[in-house]
Design a protein around this ligand. Structure first.
Ligand SMILES: Cc1cc2nc3c(=O)[nH]c(=O)nc-3n(C[C@H](O)[C@H](O)[C@H](O)COP(=O)(O)O)c2cc1C
Length: 316
């Protein structure tokens, strides 16, 4: 099948992206090293893991580590979550966010701990408050984008009206995960809802949900007419998907990509920390690889990155 997705840069406020293939934010995964890898492979825009607006206000050190970025990240958003317009604006204005021109507000997280706290996807049920958050954050001078879902339940999609409000409140781009909260990460993707939103907004609309291959990206673009796509889990199991989607030539193999992650992180983290944290990435990359199961078991025992590299050399 021929790949037909039209590549283009997008204007997000005053910033122009490299292309319209975005890396979706993933807590625990889209740290600086992983984002750097995705950019190297062709991602046109990346987003940090979600960061608590209140955590920033209270100078939480773990929160600050999530803000690490580097030279190669010209097109990156920091993602904030919270529900008080005051704290979100304060976070936008804080010195900690000086390296980020774009702030993405999380209005899609389905996790109970977040939802029950009135944050993430819960804000879709409080559109007035959600609008106020965006209005306040815009006043900080940052470019504000919003990520949300098709709705909370499959029977009552909320995204269309919500998207209008986000644009009216000053958002410069929206990313829509086509599933509802109820659908979590495996439910139905409501392509039509994204299509309706795309044809009604003048800001860029990024479609997200279930893209694991170039065919999936084509399908998403054809069904929604969106301006671009955001890739989540597909990037974890195959970071090279960015090279395929962006048509950026690379001589990196899957093994090179995970070695890149290791080496990047070793520049600022202890070897054992990297070795332990690399386990979850290795599990993803070894999906479907012959001998992967045994390799995963060994990686779970490994205490150094050299051990991990040796194990991966045996299977990849
Ligand atoms: C492990 C994991 C962590 C995630 N963390 C976030 C997050 O911090 N912020 C956010 O907006 N979405 C988060 N998401 C949702 C993804 O950005 C994306 O919307 C979702 O995975 C659907 O896209 P996909 O089918 O391409 O994976 C997360 C998803 C996963 C699997």
């Amino acid at each position: 099948m021929k790949y037909t997705m039209k590549l283009k840069s997008l204007d997000i406020g005053r910033l122009t992206t490299t292309n319209n293939i975005f890396l979706a934010p993933m807590a625990g995964y889209t740290d600086y090293a992983f984002r750097s890898l995705c950019i190297k492979l062709g991602a046109g825009f990346t987003v940090t893991e979600m960061v608590s607006a209140k955590g920033l206000a209270y100078n939480n050190e773990n929160t600050k580590e999530l803000l690490r970025t580097g030279e190669e990240e010209k097109c990156v958003a920091v993602q904030l979550f919270g529900r008080e317009p005051y704290y979100l604006r304060k976070a936008c204005e804080s010195e900690d966010l000086k390296n980020f021109d774009v702030v993405d507000i999380n209005m899609g997280c389905p996790v109970a701990k977040i939802y029950n706290n009135g944050e993430g996807s819960r804000l879709m049920q409080e559109p007035e408050l959600a609008g106020k958050i965006v209005e306040e954050c815009v006043k900080s001078g940052k470019i504000i984008t919003v990520k949300f879902r098709a709705g909370i339940t499959d029977e009552n999609l909320l995204a269309y009206d919500f998207a209008q409000r986000m644009e009216q409140s000053g958002a410069s781009l929206v990313t829509i995960h086509g599933r509802t909260r109820e659908g979590m990460y495996s439910g139905k993707v409501f392509y039509n809802e994204i299509a309706k939103i795309k044809s009604s907004l003048s800001i860029p609309v990024i479609a997200n949900g279930g893209i694991f291959s170039v065919e999936d990206a084509d399908y998403m673009m054809q069904e929604t007419g969106a301006d671009g796509v955001a890739i989540g889990r597909g990037a974890l199991s195959d970071p090279l998907l960015f090279s395929k989607l962006s048509q950026k030539q690379t001589d990196m193999s899957l093994k090179d990509s995970i070695f890149y992650l290791i080496d990047k992180r070793l520049a600022y983290e202890k070897d054992q920390t990297v070795a332990h944290d690399l386990r979850k990435f290795a599990v993803q990359i070894l999906k479907g690889v012959r001998g992967g199961k045994e390799a995963k078991l060994k990686i779970f025992q490994a205490e150094s990155t050299n051990e991990i590299k040796d194990i991966l050399n045996g299977v990849l």
